[in-house]
Design a protein around this ligand. Structure first.
Ligand code: NAD
Ligand code: TYD
Length: 345
């Protein structure tokens, strides 16, 4: 029996992870600590809120006292909590970019200190393929240098390095996963897939950055969660593990798939000014996690169709998020001017 702390468990991947764990590890108990930022939603955990094995604490991972209380009796920590959206990290003000450094770097340190004090037996740091930076060709290996290029990926790299230093200096059982672009239910509608699906459902423009030929490796959320769980259970302390879906697609291809699944016209696509410093390609070599026994279990096309269907059937989840004043303000700030100068794709 393990008693695990899941930070950021009210977000997209964290809430899916909680469901996977409660389903596949029936003996385990799960505590979530989440600050409930704009991206954290209790609705994401509605399915498990009455489960006696589940406990929710609202708190900030930068707050040592809140962390100490939440980590009480825990044997493992899974750190999902983060500011996670590249575009927000590019808005150079403390409310946006500053929060990345605070949560994604300092927050990791606070968690590590408490985990050290308690002698936690596994600390899983959830990181991203974006720490490798742009990969013009080939596939990133875990031993490749970290060359992050956005404030988001730089903050995530900082968090990883702090965590690794606790392995080296304090012999703590730290394991890191570097996951690729993840898709599935409950993703906040600012990321490409839920944004484009929900905009297309309302016949709104799909704002595609630049030429739309940027490549990402798309990973279904449950596969990502199983990779994280396996790395924590079977991985070697001090090691990092790439977790990628093996589905390299450019943004145009993803957008065309969404439009085809929704039977909407390609005229909805608008080419807008590119994201500054936009990484053209991420691609992972995943042999190391596969050697532990991980495989992406699902077919990409099937999962894309199921995900698009989920958003179509869960308007009651995403409509309130998109009509929220904070979302509207962000949307205008990021897209309004660019959309005025946009072109048909
Ligand atoms: P998300 O933005 O949907 O969720 C983040 C969660 O963290 C939210 O619930 C938020 O309220 C919480 N949070 C933020 N700051 C906090 C703080 N200071 N204290 C406590 N909680 C806080 O993000 P996501 O897409 O679910 O990503 C989860 C993790 O996976 C992140 O670490 C991210 O870097 C990593 N990751 C994401 C992807 C992806 O494609 N989404 C890919 C690879 C890795
Ligand atoms: P995103 O979902 O923000 O993930 P990440 O930046 O972490 O990869 O973006 C995925 C890709 O889609 C990325 O190349 C940027 C692009 N994109 C757009 O073209 N338009 C958009 O409005 C968004 C949000 C993303």
């Amino acid at each position: 029996m393990e008693k695990i702390l899941v930070t950021g468990g009210a977000g997209f991947i964290g809430s899916n992870f909680v469901r996977v764990v409660l389903r596949e590890r029936p003996e385990w108990q799960v505590t979530v600590i989440d600050k409930l930022t704009y991206a954290g939603r209790l609705e994401n955990l509605a399915e498990v809120q009455d489960d006696s094995r589940f406990r929710f604490v609202q708190g900030d991972i930068c707050d040592a006292k809140a962390v100490a209380q939440a980590m009480e009796d825990c044997t493992m920590v899974f750190n999902f909590a983060a500011e996670s959206h590249v575009d927000r990290s590019l808005m150079g003000d403390p409310e946006h970019a500053g929060a990345f450094v605070q949560t994604d770097v300092y927050g990791v340190y606070v968690l590590l200190e408490e985990a050290k004090r308690r002698g936690i037996k596994r600390f899983l740091q959830v990181s991203t393929d974006e720490v490798y930076g742009h990969v013009p060709e080939g596939y990133s290996l875990e031993t490749d240098p970290l060359e992050p290029r956005s404030p988001y990926s730089a903050s995530k790299a900082g968090g990883e390095l702090i965590a690794r230093s606790y392995f080296v200096s304090h012999d703590m059982p730290i394991i890191t996963t570097r996951g690729s672009n993840t898709f599935g239910p409950y993703q906040y509608p600012e990321k490409l897939l839920p944004l484009f699906v929900t905009n297309a459902l309302d016949d709104l423009a799909l704002p595609m950055y630049g030429d739309g030929l940027q490549c990402r490796d798309w990973l279904f959320v449950e596969d990502h969660c199983r990779g994280i769980l396996l790395a924590a259970e079977k991985g070697e302390p001090g090691e990092a593990y790439n977790v990628g879906g093996g589905n390299e697609r450019n943004n145009r291809e993803i957008t065309q798939t969404i439009l085809r699944l929704l039977d909407k016209p390609e005229s909805l696509i608008r080419r807008i000014a590119d994201r500054p410093g936009h990484d053209r390609r991420y691609a992972l070599n995943c042999d190391k996690i596969k050697a532990l026994g991980w495989q992406p279990s699902h077919d990409f096309e099937v999962n894309m169709a199921a995900t698009v269907k989920w958003y179509r059937e869960h308007e009651a989840w995403w409509r309130p998020l998109k009509s929220d004043a904070e979302y509207q303000q962000y949307y205008q700030r990021n897209y309004q001017e660019r959309l005025k100068e946009s072109a048909a794709a």
